[in-house]
Design a protein around this ligand. Structure first.
Ligand code: PLP
Length: 384
């Protein structure tokens, strides 16, 4: 095995395309130079289609959570109430950020593996008429479900004047997101998932409705003050030193997205989801998410008592150089998760399924070799 040929199939960080890696190796330039400003402005412009917005998209040096925190701290104050839709670890993170700032988080909690539906949200918002914002997770990475954001946005609009704030860190760029058309007020994502970059950039866009709220307050944070990013953006730069090399890479990512085209990218991810799910079913491994809410970017498998997912992960890593993810929080040691997003193609999915089959055999699980691969192949050949 080549140590540098790690097969990374976790839901972020994801593999970096060679041309993006190369772009990031370019010599450093001055961050207050005309050269950087031009790069920055043309790159920020090219993010808009993936966000489905005509608003400016701000680029922050930070991991995805920094943008989640921006969504909270710029819109709410201590003493305010918020509704937080919690379908897993990342929904819970939004609630914790709220609470850190003294905001009351009313959690609409569903079983991990389930999605938040409009039928659940409508009465919940009626019970909590004073919420000023509703926080939602688009792809709940910890369970592999994709919440129906478009439908949830409609409920928020119909029921309240609250802002609708969405974490799309693990799916933006891989699934359709229409910020303006759906009525999302703040949309955030990060660089190390479907955006095929290392960790280190966060992205955030705000609607006009959101800006009205943001403009009325001074956030209890300095680095995360969104108004500072808007002010600097007007001067074609960032308020603090930008992650220049990551922006070099980002420009290349934008080129790759434009070359493949968003519709083709969305189809590729759906195909990889369908292949992965067909394979797991063929191997009789229980899927966490229902078909209707299964994320195109990550698949969670819950083997029950059939075997220890941590033993599977260890064998994949040690014998095959393949890395998949385990469970988070109370699902630690209970599930495994396969990431299939970003720089990942259908044949890569065949590879990871094949490695999962062999590793299961190697830990003593009697799966029929090739059955999962075959099921995935059957799905793939229908599409190429
Ligand atoms: C990865 C992820 C984040 C951000 O995590 P960071 O470690 O801060 O980059 C937030 N939300 C979701 C849904 C994620 O998958």
């Amino acid at each position: 095995m080549f140590a540098d040929n790690l097969i990374l199939r976790i839901p972020g960080p994801t593999p970096i395309p060679p041309r993006v890696q190369q772009a990031m190796n370019r010599p450093m330039i001055g961050h207050r130079s005309g050269q950087f400003s031009e790069l920055f402005m043309r790159t920020a412009e090219r993010l808009k289609p993936a966000f489905g917005t005509s608003q400016d998209v701000y680029i922050v040096a930070g991991s995805g959570t920094s943008a989640l925190e921006m969504g909270v701290v710029n819109t709410l104050q201590a003493g305010d109430e918020a509704a937080v839709l919690v379908s897993g670890a990342f929904g819970e993170r939004f609630a914790k950020i709220c609470e850190r700032y003294g905001i009351t988080a009313h959690r609409l909690q569903v079983e991990w593996g389930d999605a938040v539906t409009p039928e659940l949200l409508t009465p919940f918002l009626q019970e909590h008429p004073n919420v000023k914002a509703v926080f939602a997770t688009h792809c709940e990475t910890s369970t592999g479900i994709l919440n129906p954001i478009k439908e949830l946005a409609r409920v928020v609009r119909e029921q309240t004047d609250a802002l609708f704030i969405v974490d799309a860190v693990s799916c933006l760029g891989a699934v359709p997101v229409e910020m303006d058309a759906w009525g999302i007020d703040i949309l955030v994502t990060g660089s190390q998932k479907a955006f095929m970059l290392p960790t280190g950039l966060a992205f955030i866009a705000a609607s006009e409705r959101a800006w009205k709220v943001i403009d009325e307050q001074t956030p209890q944070a300095f680095y995360l003050d969104l108004k500072a990013y808007r002010k600097s953006f007007a001067d074609q730069t960032t308020p603090y030193t930008p992650a220049v090399s990551l922006v070099f890479g980002l420009e290349e990512v934008c080129a790759m997205i434009e070359e493949e085209g968003l519709p083709a990218i969305f189809k590729r991810h759906e195909l990889m989801r369908d292949m992965t799910r067909a394979a797991m079913r063929a191997l009789q491994l229980p899927l966490m998410a229902a078909d209707e809410y299964a994320s195109p970017t990550v698949t969670s498998i819950h083997p029950g008592n059939a075997f220890d997912p941590e033993a599977l992960r260890k064998t994949l890593r040690n014998k095959h150089n393949v890395v998949i993810a385990g469970g988070q929080a109370h699902l630690k040691g209970k599930i495994f998760r396969i990431g299939h997003m970003g720089y990942c193609e259908p044949l890569d999915v065949i590879q990871v399924i094949s490695a999962v089959e062999m590793s299961l055999r190697q830990i003593g699980v009697e799966v029929p070799l090739g059955e999962g691969v075959k099921a995935a192949q059957e799905v793939l050949i229908k599409h190429v």
